[in-house]
Design a protein around this ligand. Structure first.
Ligand SMILES: Cc1cc2nc3c(=O)[nH]c(=O)nc-3n(C[C@H](O)[C@H](O)[C@H](O)COP(=O)(O)O)c2cc1C
Length: 317
């Protein structure tokens, strides 16, 4: 059995955390990942209401297994509503990333919740440790969804492992046993996995979105701020997003200022989302999308990671 800090701390069968994915992972996916022996998380969208957090937490906790919740620091605002809903739900793990996360760490820890912060640079990892985070996620730029794209997972992971003394999980581009074996061998305590679950029925993706994911190879993603600017979202500019490359992205990439002033773009994007038109609408995904080749259950995806043990045993004399 692969035993690390994360398996021991949460009673997991595998050192795999199902990454929070706002708009894609709700309580159902979190519960399915946890039931399969990983630690499932749901992602809280910027526009979520506290009551939504409570509902999804009840679903995630339904199987009686530990689960986590992912928050975006920039979207928590001045009101304590979302944070209070998370504190009331008492998940085992909360990640708070992307923006000024520092002030949320202590209240969460005082509630007995393990706190993770996703870091895209070594300095950000050090800052997370100094703010009291229990675990740092070294998240490379090949990962899906939002984050920095300055450093890829492997150089970031090596540097972060040298820089901090709290446990480190690796994120960005890890889609199965080989990726898990690689990061465990490097010294990580586990993998934080998002894109690999995008082929699962337990996500909230529509069938056409999932088909698009399954049909895309590892070269089919693009990183930037186009979709955030088009939606007028207040993402801090250093956190762009990696999504499936499409015609809308190509049309506006490099012209974000013009896009910010374009009156028709928000409605065009919203209409495309309603119509499942993914030449315009976004599907956030990382480079590991090339390894999502068929519709699978979350249990199948989690189970595939178990092969890391055999890969690592090759080196035992
Ligand atoms: C569709 C999607 C949505 C995401 N939403 C969030 C989020 O709400 N909060 C968060 O902390 N990270 C979010 N992420 C980033 C993941 O937590 C994680 O860093 C990333 O998926 C890891 O890389 P991978 O996709 O290559 O596995 C999202 C990722 C994806 C693919």
């Amino acid at each position: 059995m692969l035993r690390t800090w994360v398996t021991d701390r949460f009673g997991l069968e595998l050192p795999v955390v199902g990454a929070p994915m706002a708009g894609v992972s709700d309580g159902r996916l979190a519960a399915a990942v946890s039931a399969a022996g990983g630690l499932g998380m749901f992602g809280v969208p910027a526009t979520a209401a506290p009551s939504w957090v409570a509902q999804q937490a009840a679903v995630a906790a339904g199987g009686g297994r530990p689960y986590g919740i992912g928050l975006m620091a920039w979207a928590l605002g001045e009101g304590a509503g979302l944070l209070d809903a998370v504190l009331d739900a008492r998940p085992s793990l909360v990640s708070v990333s992307y923006g000024p996360f520092g002030r949320y760490v202590e209240p969460l820890r005082q509630a007995g919740i393990v706190v993770a912060v996703q870091a895209g640079t070594t300095d950000e990892a050090r800052a997370a440790e100094q703010a009291g985070a229990d675990v740092v996620v070294a998240r490379g730029g090949e990962g899906g969804g939002h984050g920095r794209a300055e450093v890829a997972t492997l150089p970031l992971l090596q540097s972060v492992l040298d820089a901090v003394s709290v446990p480190v999980l690796a994120a960005g581009g890890i889609a199965g046993a080989r990726g898990l074996a690689a990061v465990l061998a490097a010294g990580a305590d586990g993998a934080w996995v998002g894109t690999a679950f995008l082929g699962c029925a337990e996500t909230t993706l529509s069938d056409p979105a999932r088909e698009r994911v399954i049909g895309t190879s590892e070269t089919g993603t693009a990183y930037g701020r186009v979709f955030d600017v088009a939606q007028r979202l207040d993402w801090p500019p250093e956190f762009g997003g990696r999504a499936l490359r499409n015609a809308f992205f190509d049309r506006w990439d490099g012209r974000e200022e013009e896009l910010a002033a374009d009156e028709g773009a928000p409605a065009e994007l919203a209409a495309a989302r309603r119509a499942d038109d993914f030449d315009t609408a976004y599907v956030y995904a990382g480079q590991a999308v090339g390894m999502v080749r068929e519709l699978r259950t979350a249990a199948e995806v989690v189970g595939e990671f178990a092969g890391a043990e055999k890969l690592l045993s090759r080196f035992k004399s």
